[in-house]
Design a protein around this ligand. Structure first.
Ligand SMILES: Cc1cc2nc3c(=O)[nH]c(=O)nc-3n(C[C@H](O)[C@H](O)[C@H](O)COP(=O)(O)OP(=O)(O)OC[C@H]3O[C@@H](n4cnc5c(N)ncnc54)[C@H](O)[C@@H]3O)c2cc1C
Length: 458
């Protein structure tokens, strides 16, 4: 029998694992394992599954459970150490494991340990637009900049969308997982708590509906390039990232949907730019495949031996509590902690403040995002953080000299009406942008807001 171990491929469409199982005409069982390591406190005493993220994941699993149930296949949801659980299961009922290729080093370690237990394993790629065969020439000579990568793939490669629409029909094994374990979700989802829900629900069905809505109903893609840097709203950007991160939507399906839209309405700068951003995602994914554990070192891809700065506990605590005294940052942190999402522009501001003003190790910032983001994606998250810290791709100037955002300038440009700040910090409803800027650079501290733990460089 085949056992499909799902991780961030929580869908039925365009799924190489399900397609393989179908071709082999073998009965199939399907499992999702919530790794217990995600709930162990790690750096800064944080675990990796905050409430909003857990809520989104749980909705993805409920939807998948329902869709598999329609094919008479139960989705088994376990909690524990993936290697132990799969080995124990294999001892009772041998199977061939089908699972997607590892992205993070942690996943490579799991797969290595599983193979050492004698479990025959076949892996497939589920997250990317291009296949490993298409990417082979680049993988052996990795382009140092995104532009080189983009030029190559735009000229040489096409996204194979033939698999994206094929339906799957599976045969149930009738076998239940021998170790049904209680999954200790980190919250009681039914009770009112202070998590303000992100406006989108998890799952393949919700993802497909949102994609159709965004492209065909509201047609918000038509203003994508003009609005993608905004901070407030539901459609300034596609907000497809969480569906892509958990694999509720395949990147190929999204690409295909954009090209279908272009076939009707014509390609323009907006539709092109959305595909352009999907290529950034692609670049980070394959880059992590090439560079592996280096992506998690302080020096990352810089080629230098840089030393991480000392931990400043008080700065870390203010950050974690979303009380840095910098309104622009606290508003972003509150949004992130409560909804699990924040815009790309805000992510850049947060990272810039963390790296350049608080002078903290960028990897702690990446871990903080990992805990909260509902669209946490190992390659995009660590790739963007390293990029902003000046140790990733496209370094500018000296390695380790991060990309700097002048937050007062940025605020005046992207939130001159203070819509974002006042949405998340209602206590500042009476302030003007000049008041906020004076507070943030330390010249005139607001009476009703704490002083910045670190004001902006003048
Ligand atoms: C410090 C930092 C950390 C980030 N962490 C993550 C993360 O964990 N997961 C994640 O999906 N994105 C991450 N991003 C990238 C980007 O901020 C989000 O993908 C985007 O904001 C999600 O909103 P959207 O779906 O509306 O994006 P859109 O603007 O609509 O873009 C469409 C899609 O393109 C991809 N994309 C867009 N921008 C980027 C980018 N800079 N890098 C990689 N892919 C991109 C995403 O899949 C996104 O869904 C991070 C960016 C920064 C600066």
């Amino acid at each position: 029998m085949n056992l499909i171990w799902l991780r961030n491929d929580l869908r039925l469409h365009d799924h190489p694992g399900f397609q393989l199982a179908q071709q082999q005409q073998q009965p199939v069982a399907v499992v999702y394992i919530l790794p217990h390591s995600w709930l162990q406190p790690a750096e800064l005493s944080l675990n990796r599954l905050a409430k909003a993220k857990a809520r989104f994941l749980r909705a993805c699993l409920i939807d998948l459970h329902r869709n598999l149930y329609l094919q008479n296949i139960p989705l088994q949801i376990l909690y524990g150490d993936p290697v132990d659980l799969l080995s124990q299961w294999h001892q009772q009922q041998p199977f061939q494991l089908l699972t997607h290729s590892p992205q993070a080093p942690e996943e490579s370690d799991w797969l290595q340990a599983i193979e050492q237990q004698g479990i025959s394993t076949t892996t497939y790629d589920n997250q990317t637009l291009f296949s490993a065969t298409q990417m082979a020439p680049l993988l052996s000579d990795w382009p140092a900049s995104f532009s080189q990568f983009r030029r190559h793939v735009e000229k040489q490669l096409t996204v194979d969308i033939s698999a994206a629409q094929k339906p799957v029909h599976l045969t149930n094994t009738g076998i239940e997982a021998p170790y049904i374990t209680h999954v200790p979700w980190p919250t009681d989802f039914s009770s009112a708590d202070n998590v303000r829900s992100f406006h989108l629900n998890g799952g393949e069905s919700a993802g497909e509906n949102w994609l159709t809505h965004y492209l065909w109903q509201s047609q918000s893609i038509r203003h994508y390039k003009d609005t993608r840097n905004q901070l407030v709203g539901q459609e300034y950007s596609s907000q497809l990232s969480a569906y892509l991160a958990w694999g509720c939507l395949s990147a190929r399906k999204v690409w295909h949907a954009i090209t279908a839209f272009e076939a009707v309405h014509g390609e323009d700068e907006h539709s092109y730019w959305l595909r352009f951003e999907l290529l950034w995602r692609e670049y980070f994914h394959w880059s992590m495949r090439v560079h592996g554990k280096r992506c998690f070192f302080y020096s990352a891809l810089s080629g230098e031996s840089l030393s991480a700065p000392a931990l400043k506990t008080s700065h870390c605590s203010s950050w974690q509590a979303a009380s840095t005294g910098m309104p622009v940052i606290d508003a972003g942190l509150r949004e992130l902690k409560q909804t699990g999402f924040t815009s790309n522009r805000m992510r850049q501001w947060l990272a810039s403040y963390f790296i350049n003003e608080l002078a903290l190790d960028w990897r702690l910032g990446a871990q903080f995002f990992e805990r909260y983001l509902i669209d946490y994606d190992v390659a995009s998250n660590w790739g963007n953080w390293a990029y902003l810290a000046g140790v990733g791709h496209d370094p500018r100037g000296k390695p380790g000299a991060g990309r700097y955002f002048d937050l007062n300038k940025q605020l005046r440009r992207y939130d001159p009406q203070l819509s974002h700040i006042q949405q998340w910090l209602p206590e500042l409803a009476e302030c003007s942008v000049d008041d906020i800027c004076a507070h943030q650079n330390g010249t005139t501290i607001l009476a009703n807001y704490p002083a910045p733990v670190q004001s902006l460089r003048s």
